[in-house]
Ligand binder design. Structure first.
Ligand code: FES
Length: 104
């Protein structure tokens, strides 16, 4: 399945905040970075922790368990102990609706 799915309204996620959502059994974090929205996997690649419980530091999200940091735009690891990047997903905004495209 390859389709755009509604995940949030733009008004419910403030800049510098994120929202955890589950789509097709996949846990995502929808992040508002200065008015731009991004979608990343919400589970850390190092262990089992929800990144939405961590902190957003500039354009990075920090894991609440061991402190790994990931680039919110690209999913790349910015700080260990994680070494595998996060999956990222295409996002678009229509009006005040945030949509994410899920791919097989
Ligand atoms: S579980 Fe995220 S850094 Fe270890």
């Amino acid at each position: 399945m390859d389709e755009w799915r509604e995940v949030a309204s733009t008004t419910e996620i403030s800049a510098g905040q994120c929202k955890a959502v589950t789509l097709d059994g996949r846990m995502l974090a929808i992040v508002n970075l200065a008015g731009e929205f991004y979608a990343i996997d919400n589970i850390c690649t190092h262990g089992y922790a929800e990144l939405s419980d961590g902190m957003i530091l500039g354009d990075r999200i920090q894991c609440p368990l061991h402190g790994a940091q990931f680039n919110i735009r690209t999913g790349a690891v910015e700080s260990p102990p994680a070494y595998e990047p996060l999956a990222t997903y295409p996002v678009r905004v229509e009006g005040d609706v945030v949509l994410v495209r899920m791919q097989d």
